[in-house]
Design a binder for this molecule. Sequence first.
Ligand code: URA
Length: 211
Amino acid sequence: MTQTLTIVDHPLIKHKLTILRNKETPTAHFRQVLREISFVLGCETTKDLALGEIEIETPLEKISAPYLEGKKLCLVSILRAGNGLIEGLLDLIPSARVGHVGLYRDHETLEAVKYYFNMPEDLSERQVIMVDPMLATGNSAIAAADELKKAGARQIKFLCLVAAPEGVEQFSKAHPDIPVITAALDRELNDKGYILPGLGDAGDRIYGTKS
Ligand code: URA
């Protein structure tokens, strides 16, 4: 498919994703497990952060030890389901800034239309991690990345939980420079744009807005 796609292979991720896929999983448990899985996915997404060295003293001796060079990060939630991944990522990277982008689909043109966009001012200096649990058609992720680039973002990664082959294809055609990290590449989209087998509507599963 594409060399920009990473499917994170870890037993904890597989186990947690099974819980999320299960329609019997109640809302509170769904949210908790989403928080846990996003923590683990966040480790993979940030694995190339630059390290420097600092001198410290352990109780026994002086050493030069690895230390994050202070790369500035900005997590960007694609509303609303993206918010479900933010808490776990902030557990991992508490100092990250958080931007939000809201898009809706115009029923006539079928284009994604921006209704909300709020980012830190120094976006161009930050490594951006854009998040949305589902990469389905790719339309909203493509539009969100377009907006981020317009706002000056230069280094972007896209973290999702479940991706459809159609969405990965579309997204990497539109933004070949943006690596995609996911927990699973599912079979296909259905005619309503849901991922199969998927986990249903991620926003509804997180917020309990449909039963
Ligand atoms: N958005 C979702 O929440 N779920 C899907 O399966 C596809 C898009």
